[in-house]
Design a protein around this ligand. Sequence first.
Ligand code: AMP
Length: 216
Amino acid sequence: MRIALFGPPGAGKGTQTALLEPMFGLQSVSTGNLIRSAVHDDSPFGRELGAYIEDGGLVPDEIVQKLAEDRLREYDFNNFILDGFPRTVVQAVWLRELLETNKAPIQVVISMAVPDEIIIERLSQRRIHKITCEPYHLTLRPPPADIDPDLIVQRSDDRIEAIKVRLDTYRKMTRPVADFYQKSGLLTEISGDGTSTEIRNQIIKVLESRSVLQVA
Ligand code: AMP
């Protein structure tokens, strides 16, 4: 299976990826996680990436493409779920070529639509585990009491000023990627407003209706 989850920041792509991975034996290509783990390395490269993401802007296409390609190659271009990639039309065109060359085109792109007010609420309430990157929500899914509170942090790009930049960047740079996939006939939009189980079930229905998932 070769699928992509598309949507604004805070749409729940990471949450759904984590649910679908074990369910269908998928491996994720989450460029956000790849970038954050490079930032944690505290190398000159990591610091360069950190400066890009800090305020909510995008990392340059060539850098993200290299990170994604290395990961896709590791997975033999199969059984992958893309989370937060591609995020520009340049990346989408590049990816189409890479996957066509490797005879592994994307089968479906699921776009998760969520209103801005919900995104802002979700992201400003989000906290993550410093080491595992497990996401929590201060009220809906608070971090368990037995976790050292010092390990629960707010991503710098989840500050309200950075969220606004990310939403703006999404509209200008990333939303056109949906049109790109719409024209290729690969896009299906679902609502990303609901419980994670409801949304997961909607995604499974899309996979079935697109014959990506054979129903037993
Ligand atoms: P995410 O965890 O997917 O929200 O990504 C966090 C940040 O990493 C984004 O706000 C961008 O700065 C950067 N990033 C992640 N994926 C990409 C991508 N495909 N292209 C450019 N920048 C990206």
